[in-house]
Design a protein around this ligand. Structure first.
Ligand code: SF4
Length: 237
């Protein structure tokens, strides 16, 4: 099947249930409205992206919450999370960087017609080193295993090295899990090569699947959030 690109979340969907992937990418199933907590996360991200110049979220959080139509309680929670992020030192050392790039969007060509797309909340570059900062508003923090095998960190590492070949040193990927703590992992050049091989393999599997053939469903935890559930054969029994 032909798709314009893959991403961390689409690879996760492909691995969990190929029918769900097919429903989203090929059948273009109608997506359910975003959960209010997801919208809260979007507002927090927006406030920090827009606050990069003045190094403060304060002037932007109201507008960001309004754009997501958040109720009073969630406006309060968003503001609280933004404050936590600043208190943890989000802007520390920004003036000493060569580049501080908020909301860095990448679309990298891996070859064989396979592209990977994503967004990095903030990419800091100094000399041959880079740090990637990613804001998370989720309720749970990552387990040690989830952190170690984090595909998002893998893809950020690969995309940063392809886009900025000057980066030679290990890259620190920091997840600012605002309801818990900062959780960090390090990824190397060798890790990036392994990630590229893995993504090429997944990309080939996807490309090899016939465009007009519905894949088999795989029932699991992901069914709960699946927009195809009402049409899925697993749920018609
Ligand atoms: S409901 Fe579950 S099994 Fe069916 S397509 Fe969705 S994720 Fe797959």
């Amino acid at each position: 099947m032909k798709i314009p690109h893959i991403s961390a979340s689409s690879v996760k969907t492909w691995n969990n249930c190929r029918l769900q992937f097919y429903a989203e990418k090929i059948l273009k199933v109608e997506r359910r409205p975003l959960h209010p907590l997801t919208k809260m996360g979007i507002a927090v991200h927006e406030a920090f992206e827009k606050g990069t110049k003045c190094k403060s979220y304060v002037d932007h959080i109201s507008e960001a919450c309004n754009s997501q139509d958040l109720d009073e309680e969630l406006v309060g929670k968003s503001t609280e999370l933004c404050k936590t992020c600043e208190d943890w030192g989000w802007w520390n050392g920004v003036d000493d960087l060569d580049h501080c790039i908020p909301e860095y969007e990448f679309l990298v060509d891996l070859g064989e017609g396979i592209h990977v797309k994503g967004f990095i909340d903030r990419l800091d570059i100094k000399g041959t080193t880079a740090t990637i900062l990613d804001i998370k508003t989720q309720s749970k923090k990552f387990s040690a295993n989830e952190l170690k095998n984090n595909l998002q960190a893998d893809i950020y590492n690969l995309a940063t090295r392809i886009s900025f070949p000057v980066i030679q040193d290990p890259i620190r990927v920091e997840f600012w899990v605002l309801r818990h703590e900062i959780q960090a992992v390090t990824r190397t050049k060798e890790d990036a090569m392994r990630t590229k091989e893995y993504l090429l393999k997944v990309g080939r599997d996807i490309l090899d699947h016939p465009q007009d053939e519905h894949p088999q469903p795989t029932k699991g935890n992901n069914c709960r959030w699946c927009d195809y559930q009402r049409s899925c054969p697993e749920w018609q029994l």
